[in-house]
Design a protein around this ligand. Structure first.
Ligand code: NAD
Length: 323
């Protein structure tokens, strides 16, 4: 009997597929420091971003044949080491792209109307400072007509572009490996198969940095890598630019971001990801003009459902071919 540990949970539909295939699926979370011992009894472990599958865990799990990551990044798994040990690593790269793209706009819409600050202040001072808060937030802006800069024009970057186009924004995308993309905007109001085609040619990094009102980052990031967005890069952006990071924490230097927010060079930031998770730098969390979420960009009911089904199908396929 094949035993699977879904240590960061798995949506019911994927679990059901695995159980129908005759596998045992445990969803009780094993703490990271007990994982090495627990995995001795499992053939496969399924994780999202929380559980880390490092060398020590791999060495301690002689029965392990498969590591499945629900989502995109494999930075919480020592992929090369697993491969050397004959362990297959799989993921579900496309399942959460729309959810992450929508999370970008959740942060963006909130920030341009000062909602993070208002939501913190109104329960405390909404009665006495109502008119002051109203005055401050009357400086909000619209997205329509503004320029959306997209760093990294892969799966998520392209979904962001589709939403931005739908909102009447100008899109500037930079990606050293992508020249041109045909986007098919899904517009169900126009009929089932009616897709509006829009071709986007990527532009230079310089154009995105200097011309965008808001910049969102959708690039890969590996532990130990230098931050892509530091003080030097932020200084070249439009004053008051809004930055959104729903990719990986280290992409933006938190220390430099705090300075740029304090000086007004960066107007606001929407952060779903942090240099350390859980975050240790409370200064970044306490900034007035920062919208926060605890790495849930790709976690919606729809994405969980798609991820679990794609993961289950890949697991079943693997064990069918490696019985
Ligand atoms: N917040 C979340 O919950 C969540 C969920 C899913 C994915 N992510 C993260 O989002 C990021 C993007 O995911 P994706 O599915 O779009 O990946 P993807 O591989 O489809 O796209 C990434 C793109 O970045 C480009 N790129 C690489 N280096 C670059 C650079 N220096 N400048 C500009 N572009 C560069 C690549 O050419 C590629 O086209 C990843 O870091 C992933 O881990 C976060």
């Amino acid at each position: 009997m094949i035993k699977i540990l879904a240590n960061d949970g798995i949506d019911a539909s994927g679990k059901q597929l695995l159980e129908e295939a005759g596998y045992t699926v445990d969803t009780n979370k094993v703490p990271q420091d007990q994982l090495a011992a627990a995995l001795k009894n499992y053939d496969a472990v399924l994780v999202r971003s929380a559980t880390k599958i490092r060398k020590d865990i791999i060495d301690a799990a002689p029965n392990l044949k498969l590591v499945g990551r629900g989502g995109v990044g494999l930075d919480n798994i020592d992929v090369e080491y697993a491969k050397q040990k004959g362990i297959k690593v799989i993921n579900t790269p496309a399942s959460s792209s729309v959810s992450v793209a929508e999370a970008v706009f959740a942060h963006l819409f909130s920030c341009i109307r000062f909602l993070p600050h208002l939501n913190r202040q109104m329960p405390l001072h909404g009665d006495t400072q109502f008119n002051d808060l109203k005055k401050l937030a009357s400086n909000g802006t619209e997205l329509q007509g503004k320029t959306m800069g997209i760093f990294g024009f892969g799966r998520i970057g392209q979904e962001v572009a589709k939403i931005a186009i739908g909102l009447g924004m100008r899109v500037l995308a930079f990606d050293p490996y992508v020249d041109e993309v045909d986007l098919a905007l899904n517009l169900p109001m126009l009929g089932e198969n009616n897709r509006l085609k829009v071709t986007i040619r990527t532009v230079s990094e310089q154009s995105v940095i200097t011309q965008s009102d808001f910049i969102t980052f959708h690039v890969p990031f590996n532990e130990g890598q230098k931050a892509l967005v530091d003080a030097e890069l932020m200084a070249k952006m439009k004053k008051g630019v809004g930055l959104i990071n729903c990719s990986r924490g280290g992409v933006i230097s938190e220390r430099d971001l705090i300075d740029a927010l304090n000086s007004g060079q960066v107007g606001f930031a929407g952060l779903d990801v942090f240099e350390k998770e859980p975050p240790v730098n409370m200064d970044v969390l306490k900034q007035q003009n920062v919208s926060l979420s605890p790495h849930i960009g790709g976690s919606t009911k729809e994405a969980q459902n798609r991820i679990s089904i794609e993961l289950a199908q890949k697991v079943i396929e693997f064990f069918k071919n490696n019985a």
